[in-house]
Design a protein around this ligand. Structure first.
Ligand code: F6R
Length: 244
């Protein structure tokens, strides 16, 4: 695990964007398979990638993207759906084909079958070249809450009270936050060939310390990343403040 402690969000966004640029370069004209997260953490990096696309010609042509997760019950067009979020904050501003940006269908009649089909689609695409992750203050990655199996696959998960409270800032009230999601599992995420995780702020400090230095345990799901050979962690000083 390579840890970058950066001065500010802009520097962090550049470090993360460099990982995307490298992956796109290595993939060449066939394009890359990108694993995308929602939430506030990756947004500065997405903004930097949009800037590089517009000003420096960074191209996503031929690439495909898979989201980590989606709320159960929210249709794709809902303003708080992750389908909508990723288009608004990233993919509709770069040259990636909209049909190539895939997320679990939160309105699928059979969410269990949808989860299994999502894992199959990931395999058929050849797997993820670069996965970007945020981290919850309780150590979750995607919606793998504490207690998630370290080998878990894409599945229907219940959200913890702390995650519902964290995410209620995007909704009118906590009561409006869906209580279930379709989420890639920890085992699914580990299959990405390269992972970059980004976090800022003191509220992430304990989760970041556990991620990098804690015992690998389902109590802190992100600790499973210690088993992956190619993880870059980009944190500001506040998020790094509890590292030894
Ligand atoms: C989002 C996701 C979540 C977030 C995490 C951090 O697709 O899977 O695990 O990465 O909740 O959220 P922010 O970045 O909003 O602090």
């Amino acid at each position: 695990m390579e840890i970058h402690i950066v001065e500010d969000g802009a520097t962090g966004a550049e470090v993360v964007a460099d990982q995307f640029a490298r992956t796109l370069r290595e993939a060449g004209p066939r394009g890359a398979v990108l694993g995308l997260a929602t939430g506030s953490s990756p947004v500065p990096a997405y903004t930097e990638l949009i800037r590089r696309h517009r000003e420096e010609g960074l191209s996503f042509a031929g690439s495909r993207a898979f989201l980590l997760d989606e709320y159960v019950g929210l249709p794709a067009g809902h303003p708080q759906s992750y389908h909508h979020f990723i288009r608004e904050n990233f993919t509709s501003h770069v040259d990636i084909d909209d049909a190539a940006v895939v997320s679990p269908d939160g309105t699928a009649a059979d969410p269990v079958a949808e989860a299994a089909s999502y894992d199959r689609r990931l395999v058929e695409a050849g797997g993820v070249d670069l996965q970007i992750l945020g981290i919850g203050s309780n150590g979750h990655i995607a919606f793998n809450e504490p207690g998630s199996s370290l080998a878990s696959r894409t599945r229907v998960v219940g959200l913890t009270r702390s995650t519902i409270e964290d995410n209620s800032r995007y909704f009118a009230s906590a009561a409006d936050v869906p209580v279930r999601a379709l989420s890639q599992g920890l085992g699914t995420i580990l299959e990405a060939r390269r992972i970059v995780l980004t976090a800022t702020g003191a509220q992430k400090a304990e989760a970041v310390a556990q991620l990098a230095e804690g015992a690998i345990s389902a109590r802190w799901p992100a600790t499973v990343l210690q088993l992956h050979p190619d993880v870059v962690v980009v944190v500001d000083e506040a998020a790094a403040s509890r590292l030894e």
